[in-house]
Design a protein around this ligand. Structure first.
Ligand code: FDA
Length: 394
């Protein structure tokens, strides 16, 4: 005999738990299934253990999707301030770090405890270490074959996340279920991920491993201003993670180091007032020393005095620093990517409810949907908002 529920949710991550809370509050009999030992594992490791749980400025402009309008409705109905109100209701101390990013003062586990408490209050059941063998249509609803036996439900919510960090339990199950029911997929790729360089580039740039600098990182028309970090494998740091979601193989990333400073003007001024100064010394007052030496060497100007430089030479040197084009070889992939770009095509989903238009009762929420946020709390905000939207409808 199959167990009967109103709603089965696959995945006890951010989106699945939010959906369970909202559906449970409406009196629906909810079962959340997860194959992991603990719920919300990505919440636990997020934000360096403090969970950047939302961004106070979150809006549609902060998300990538083949249909940039899709996320509007859910974000309007459940915004950053709604989640913050929940955090405050539970007395969780928080702070704004930078650029509207809200973090827990103490631990990301506070957020998991909060969601579990809300689930208990809403009488939503959680079953961990439970596998999903198959999912099929059963009458007007669905039958989920779990490791513990069959469960029948009117509504099935797929909240099993994307492909990022397979070590933490990511499986790509959502895409399989979407395909099984005839929903289209937008090609997936790793997002918010460090970029790698080829061995030839690493021979020169690799010597800068460990250097960080303020920069604007540009790919095509999109640019992010934050820190860039050079690693022994390539490029990282928040500006690179951000731009990685827009970058495609074969394209350049253009770095403008020290974007607030007009390096050419400064060097020309110093040429007048301190002409005997060596080029690498002058650059060393503007850039981290190893970068200063790298660019002076690259321009074959190490040891030369500023007074010897023509305007053209200074302009070229400055451009090498403030329009530094690098062609990454690839990315670190799903092993370290914070998110998965692409996923269930939003054309097949109702933006108000997350329900599959062609399959009544089937819902997709969170990262498995083709809506991906920037770095900075946006991805959790999408998980909360899409989970909330489905929770009102299942
Ligand atoms: P999520 O991946 O959280 O949950 C899916 C659940 O489904 C998991 O519990 C998994 O075990 C389960 N599951 C998967 N396959 C299954 C199967 N076959 N059967 C049963 N269960 C299955 N975002 C942000 O806004 N702020 C931040 O600070 C961070 N920090 C961060 C750090 C790191 C290291 C990573 C990897 C990611 C982040 N993120 C982030 C991104 C954020 O974690 C992500 O967007 C959300 O967790 C997505 O929530 P979901 O609920 O959609 O999936």
């Amino acid at each position: 005999m199959a167990e009967k529920k109103d709603v089965v949710i696959i995945g006890a991550g951010a989106a699945g738990m939010m959906c369970a809370i909202e559906a449970g509050k409406r009196g629906r009999r909810v079962l959340v299934i997860d194959h992991a030992k603990a719920p919300g594992e990505k919440i636990r490791i997020s934000g360096g253990g403090r969970c950047n749980f939302t961004n106070i400025h979150a809006g549609p402009k902060n998300f990538l999707s083949a249909n940039p309008h899709f996320c509007k409705s859910a974000l309007a109905r459940y915004g950053a301030r709604d989640f913050l109100a929940l955090v405050e209701k539970h007395g969780i101390a928080w702070h704004e770090k930078t650029l509207g990013q809200l973090f827990c003062d103490h631990s990301a586990k506070d957020i998991i405890r909060m969601l579990l408490a809300e689930m208990r209050d809403a009488a939503a059941e959680l079953r961990l270490e439970t596998t999903v063998a198959s999912v099929e249509r059963h009458g007007a609803g669905f039958r989920v074959m779990t490791g513990d036996g069959p469960v029948d439900a009117q509504s099935l919510v797929v909240a099993s996340g994307g492909k990022s960090i397979p070590k933490m339990g990511a499986t790509g199950l959502a895409y399989k279920i979407a395909e099984q029911f005839g929903l289209a997929l937008v090609e997936t790729r790793p997002g918010l991920v460090p970029l790698t360089l080829d061995p030839v580039q690493l021979e020169t740039i690799g010597e800068l491993a460990g250097v960080a600098a303020d920069a604007e990182a540009r790919s095509g028309k999109t640019a992010f201003r934050e820190a860039v970090l050079i690693t022994h494998r390539g490029l990282s740091g928040p500006a690179i993670l951000q731009i990685s979601s827009y970058w495609r193989e074969g394209q350049d990333i253009v770095l403008r180091l020290m974007p607030d400073i007009d390096i050419a003007s400064i060097l020309k001024g110093l040429r007048r007032t301190n002409g005997k100064q060596a080029v690498q010394t002058a650059l060393g007052d503007i850039l981290p020393r190893r970068l200063a030496q790298f660019f002076a060497d690259g321009a074959k100007l190490t040891g030369r005095q500023l007074a010897d430089l023509s305007d053209k030479t200074i302009d070229a040197l400055s451009a090498s620093i403030q329009a530094w084009a690098i062609k990454p070889a690839g990315s670190e992939g799903y092993r370290t990517a914070e998110v998965t770009l692409g996923g269930v095509d939003t054309n097949g989903l109702d933006s108000k409810t997350m329900q599959a238009k062609a399959v009544p009762g089937l819902y997709f929420v969170g990262e498995c949907v083709d809506v991906t946020g920037w770095l900075g709390g946006y991805n959790f905000q999408w998980a909360w908002a899409s989970g909330f939207a489905a929770g009102q409808d299942v």
